[in-house]
Design a protein around this ligand. Structure first.
Ligand SMILES: NC(=O)C1=CN([C@@H]2O[C@H](COP(=O)(O)OP(=O)(O)OC[C@H]3O[C@@H](n4cnc5c(N)ncnc54)[C@H](OP(=O)(O)O)[C@@H]3O)[C@@H](O)[C@H]2O)C=CC1
Ligand SMILES: Nc1nc(=O)c2c([nH]1)NC[C@@H]1CN(c3ccc(C(=O)N[C@@H](CCC(=O)O)C(=O)O)cc3)C=[N+]21
Length: 297
């Protein structure tokens, strides 16, 4: 079988179009411009690219973008003071602190200082708890984007066997919660999992979020399964350049899968689109406006 390619780039464009429609409506009805603040600490070039892309797309959908770039040696007190200021700023509806933070900063402390209502990453303990108990929350962008693509492809996910490879707080765990919420039978695998190949072979849905280039070979994929590849790994390419690959060996996996997301052009663009969607949702909730439909979990 040759897999259907799930085009995250095209899907993300439709999400951004919906977001732009809601933004225009909110501006017209209430004179409010949804605003997203992104905080970057340090000079990591890859993070700087993401932050620039986010800022550009934020402006493109009609929202206000506030970028705060802090030196790598910024103190915890200074970062917490900025977060306090953004929490209090009525023009800021969403706050994202780019991770990972430099090692001298306690990221749990920093994230939990964000007003949960403005926590568009969905990483604050309140949002994690709300998601885990099936209550309305801010849902982490990457898992939300994956869920949107899965629902679009399958309709209902009820009763499907889903395997999430990776158990990070930002991808693996919230992904598993969302799949459980959609009534999948969920397995979370990680570096200590015994016989990962056997676990992955059972799956109707495989979500790979490991951070190891092409570690999942095609022969682990059940015939016809849906593969969502979250991994973003930069590896040496031709002529001294680098290229991006996922956590799944795309060439062999697409021979067996029913559907698969590419890297680049899969989960990555959906992550940014969902960040914009969460910002509009946060703005609506903050202003007592009806929630945008089709943009939340
Ligand atoms: N497309 C997008 O928008 C995004 C992409 N990413 C990408 O997704 C990937 C994962 O990110 P993130 O969750 O933050 O990564 P983390 O490093 O936080 O987590 C990786 C997880 O993979 C598990 N793991 C590591 N090695 C193995 C192995 N050999 N077999 C099975 N499991 C293993 C780890 O297990 P253990 O817990 O036991 O150590 C851990 O749970 C990265 O490539 C990252 O760049 C991340 C965020 C957004
Ligand atoms: N607080 C926080 N929230 C995040 O959501 C967050 C973060 N920190 N730190 C880093 C990771 C990573 N991440 C990506 C977002 C978009 C692409 C993306 O758009 N990727 C493009 C390719 C981009 C390129 O060419 O480099 C694609 O896959 O097609 C990738 C990765 C968000 N993260």
């Amino acid at each position: 079988m040759s897999a259907k390619i799930i085009d995250g780039k095209a899907f993300a464009a439709t999400v951004r179009e919906k977001v732009a429609g809601h933004v225009a409506h909110i501006k017209q009805e209430r004179g409010i411009t949804p605003g997203l603040a992104v905080v970057l600490v340090g000079e990591d070039p890859a993070s700087a690219v993401y932050v620039r892309n986010k800022g550009k797309q934020t402006v493109e959908v009609g929202m206000a973008s506030f970028e705060h770039k802090l030196a790598a040696d910024t103190s915890e007190e200074a970062l917490l003071a900025l977060i306090e200021q953004l929490n209090a700023d009525p023009e800021v509806h969403g706050i994202l602190v780019q991770l990972p933070l430099p090692a001298h900063l306690n990221s749990d402390l920093v994230i939990n200082a964000i007003d949960p209502a403005k926590d568009v990453d969905g990483f604050h303990i309140s949002n994690v708890g709300l998601l885990g108990t099936g209550q309305k929350s801010m849902v982490p962008c990457t898992p939300l984007g994956c869920l949107m693509m899965l629902r679009d492809h399958h309709g209902s996910l009820s009763g499907m066997d889903a395997v999430v490879v990776g158990r990070s707080n930002i991808v693996g765990k919230p992904m598993a919660q969302l799949l459980l919420g959609d009534s999948c039978t969920v397995t979370i695998a990680h570096s200590r999992t015994k016989d990962l190949a056997e676990v992955v072979r059972r799956a109707d849905i495989v979500v790979a979020a490991v951070g190891r280039p092409e570690m999942i070979p095609g022969d682990w994929i059940k015939e016809g399964a849906t593969v969502i590849d979250v991994g973003i790994n930069r590896v040496p390419g031709d002529a001294g350049k680098t290229r991006l690959v996922g956590d799944v060996d795309y060439a062999s996996a697409s021979e067996r899968a029913g559907a698969i997301t590419p890297v680049p052009g899969g989960v990555g663009p959906m992550t940014i689109a969902c960040l914009l969607a969460n910002t509009v949702t946060a703005c609506c909730r903050a202003n007592g406006l009806p929630e945008p439909e089709g943009l939340t979990a």
